[in-house]
Design a protein around this ligand. Structure first.
Ligand code: NDP
Length: 288
């Protein structure tokens, strides 16, 4: 069965639009995206985020800075957004140019405006099993997608391939909180195939086209492909070879149309939730 991120995210976005429409307070949720440089992929991602926000009635602004921007200057700009009470949610589009230290910049955003959930306080809470209002969007989107298909991960052997701070590590924590037994793999893992062969759930967040093929997967497993890779032909593919993997898997996400749309939907949900918290409205936990 295909885990359809397009259909699932559409339903979620409709719910968010309805909630935004119901808001009676003086302000609408407002998201600010900060883009440094002209990375073509980042341009596309940010434009998509702004467009979806617009469609939902969420106010959005794109703050652009040139590629040679100094870290100190960028941090000052983020401080201004922290102080601006009309702004509820701030994201810095990654990757940043080399002269800028990513973690230091992400730590500048106030935890209560950290819409990507990357601030050490928010990540730390996740580690401790306390749900912050905004969870990292891609892993949270994966959990929402699994929930939408009523997939209970409790007791499953899960293999996460990739240990980035934005996907691999937080999805490891979320799956652990939901009682999966998680093995976190990376480029130095010995005999990845053996881990994959015994895994009921595989999350691939690597960034290498078709690294995982169906013959290394356990029959009946669940495959979540986070990777977005462009082949020389221009085609977008995941880290998993979809055609061979679908022969083995019980559930699989396509690329595109799987995790990607869920990520954007979660960003919108996070924006709404941060707005609600800042208005003194209690938000319900959904993950933990
Ligand atoms: P990173 O480049 O930060 O991390 C990649 C990870 O893969 C690293 O941990 C690396 O190991 C591991 N890795 C690399 N080669 C191998 C290998 N041969 N075997 C096992 N592990 C390996 O990637 P991100 O997490 O940022 O992104 C991963 C992919 O997901 C990319 O294609 C990205 O475009 C996509 N993505 C998609 C999103 C979406 O919304 N759909 C959102 C975010 C990312 P090591 O740590 O040892 O170097």
């Amino acid at each position: 069965m295909i885990l359809d991120g397009k259909v699932t995210s559409k339903a979620l976005l409709q719910e968010i639009a309805q909630e935004v429409g119901r808001l009676t307070g003086p302000t609408k949720p407002k998201l600010v995206a900060v883009l440094v440089g002209e990375n073509p992929a980042s341009e596309i991602y940010v434009a998509r985020k702004m467009k979806v926000a617009d469609e939902l009635g969420i106010l959005s602004e794109l703050h652009r800075f040139p590629a040679h921007t100094e870290e100190a200057f960028l941090k000052e700009e983020l401080e201004k957004l922290n102080q601006d009470t009309s702004v509820n949610a701030v994201l810095v589009q990654l990757p940043l140019p080399k002269q800028i230290h990513t973690e230091r910049v992400l730590q500048t955003i106030l935890p209560e405006k950290d819409v990507d959930g990357f601030h050490p306080i928010n990540m730390g809470q996740l580690l401790l099993g306390i749900e912050p209002p905004a969870l990292p969007c891609t892993p949270a989107g994966i959990m929402k997608l699994l929930d939408a298909y009523k997939i209970d991960v409790s007791g499953l052997n899960a293999c996460v391939v990739g240990r980035s701070n934005i996907v691999g590590k937080p999805i490891m924590l979320m799956l652990t909180q939901r009682n999966a037994t998680v093995t976190l793999c990376h480029s130095k893992t010995r005999n990845l195939e053996a881990v994959l062969e015994s895994s009921d759930l595989v999350v691939a967040a690597i960034g290498q086209a078709h690294l995982i093929s169906g013959n290394t997967l356990k029959r009946g497993c669940i495959v979540v492909d986070v990777g977005i890779n462009r082949l020389p032909s221009g085609q977008l593919v995941g880290d998993v070879d979809f055609e061979s993997a679908r022969e083995k898997a019980a559930f699989i996400t396509p690329v595109p149309g799987g995790v990607g749309p869920m990520t954007i939907a979660m960003l919108m949900m996070n924006t709404l939730r941060l707005h609600q918290v800042q208005q003194g409205i209690q938000v319900k936990n959904w993950l933990l």
